[in-house]
Write a protein of this length. Structure first.
Length: 73
């Protein structure tokens, strides 16, 4: 999953994002609107972690989503 996929599939994946990072509010999700950079920033802010840590979590989550999708095919 990359930046363009997050943007293009935001309506489908925003529930999964909120499930993974439960501290993100509905307003946060609306503000992110599929922008990966904003998502990483909101994760950083909501959890009080470094930008690198937020990016690492997001990359791991993206990899897991890809893996889950390939398991369905």
């Amino acid at each position: 999953m990359n930046k363009d996929i997050i943007k293009g599939q935001w309506n489908e994946i925003k529930g999964a994002v909120q499930q993974k990072w439960g501290k993100l509010t509905d307003d946060d999700i609306a503000q992110i609107n599929g922008d990966r950079t904003k998502l990483a920033g909101q994760i950083q802010k909501a959890y009080g972690i470094t930008r690198d840590n937020a990016e690492r979590q997001l990359t791991q989550w993206e990899d897991q989503q890809r893996s889950d999708l390939s398991d369905l095919s």
